[in-house]
Design a protein around this ligand. Structure first.
Ligand code: GDP
Ligand code: MG
Length: 311
């Protein structure tokens, strides 16, 4: 039977039950749950493996958390929302979660508008159905259906684990045929390696002025996991010597600051001591080099790390 896989974005205003749903799916099927560093790029929250069963498709759903969805009230906020939109457009499926115990308001509308404008197939998950009368559910479904042509509307209780089998089988039926991005056995270190790059990026963001991160990118060149110590070497690419100067700082102070902060976060994430080496490399015009940018493309990065073996 064919293997289906793809990237699934989870959307919803705070408190609708996103984390609870992730944990519920984690029961058996979620192979990894990465802690979430606050970066503006896509974050992988976990990979769900669904074995094929009689009459049912098997495959892999890679869950993506999108950076803080909120009404933008600053230039930076607006920039982040652009990234959210891009993330949504790059996804194969959006899971929009709403809380049936709350009146849907402006925040739900905002999230819905994001899903709409992405044009990506969207499931509406009506969560917390354990808290309301069944009789109220149908009118609610009708009400939401009028707002948008959802691919599916699925009532669930993430807490009581109701409706999750239907959800998973609908997800598999919707995702396209695709490769096994993550193998079941090598599941932990590979995404970690990817997350490490994101953590370093995050520290560059917080330590330097805004325009510098825009010109930088991080490539994890070595990742050797030992029982007590993990050795990591990463290159930070920038475009000009002047940017390198900022990144390195006086007597290496900036690089040290970035490295220390990143190391602590990485140690926190993987639970061993970390030896982190950072290099700054100048590569003029890397943002305009198609080859290089494609190399950096996060999906490709994943495939390169895991190997695009077909399932
Ligand atoms: P998030 O902010 O979207 O990640 O929401 P959380 O997963 O943290 O959930 C917010 C609150 O809603 C928590 O107190 C959960 O226990 C509760 N909750 C989530 N899902 C359900 C559900 O299906 N039923 C009920 N009764 N409570 C739920
Ligand atoms: Mg949460």
């Amino acid at each position: 039977m064919s293997f289906h896989s793809g990237f699934v974005c989870i959307l919803g205003r705070p408190n609708v039950g996103k984390s609870t749903l992730l944990n519920a799916l984690a029961g058996e099927k979620l192979a990894i749950v990465s802690p979430k560093p606050q970066t503006t790029r896509n974050r992988i929250q976990g990979v769900i493996h669904v074995p094929a069963a009689k009459g049912k498709l098997g495959g892999q759903a890679i869950l993506i958390d999108t950076p803080g969805v909120h009404k933008p009230d600053s230039a930076l906020g607006r920039k982040m929302m652009v990234e959210v939109r891009e993330a949504l457009e790059g996804c194969d499926l959006i899971l929009l979660i709403a809380d049936v115990t709350e009146k849907s308001g402006a925040a739900d509308q905002f999230v819905l508008d994001l899903a709409k404008s992405s044009g990506t197939p969207t499931f509406l998950l009506l969560n917390k159905i354990d808290r309301i009368d069944k009789a109220k559910l149908l009118p609610l479904i009708d009400q939401w259906r009028k707002l948008y042509d959802f691919k599916e509307v699925i009532p669930i209780s993430a807490l009581k684990r109701n409706g999750l089998d239907i959800l998973l089988s609908d997800v598999m039926n919707t995702l396209p045929e695709g490769p096994k991005y993550f193998s079941e056995d090598h599941i932990t270190d590979q995404p970690t390696r990817f997350m490490v790059g994101e953590i370093i990026r995050e520290q560059i963001l917080s330590a330097t002025r805004q325009e510098v991160p825009y010109f930088t990118t991080v490539i994890v060149e070595r990742f050797e996991e030992g029982e007590k110590l993990t050795r990591i070497a990463a290159a930070i690419y920038c475009e000009r010597e002047s940017q390198k100067g900022i990144l390195v700082g006086t007597g290496g102070s900036m690089l040290k600051k970035i490295g220390t902060a990143a190391r602590l976060e990485i140690e926190n994430m993987i639970g061993t001591k970390v030896f982190l080496e950072l290099f700054v490399k100048v590569r003029p015009g890397w943002r305009n080099s198609r080859e290089f940018v494609e190399e950096l493309d996060w999906r490709r990065q994943l495939e390169n790390l895991v190997g695009p073996h077909r399932g």
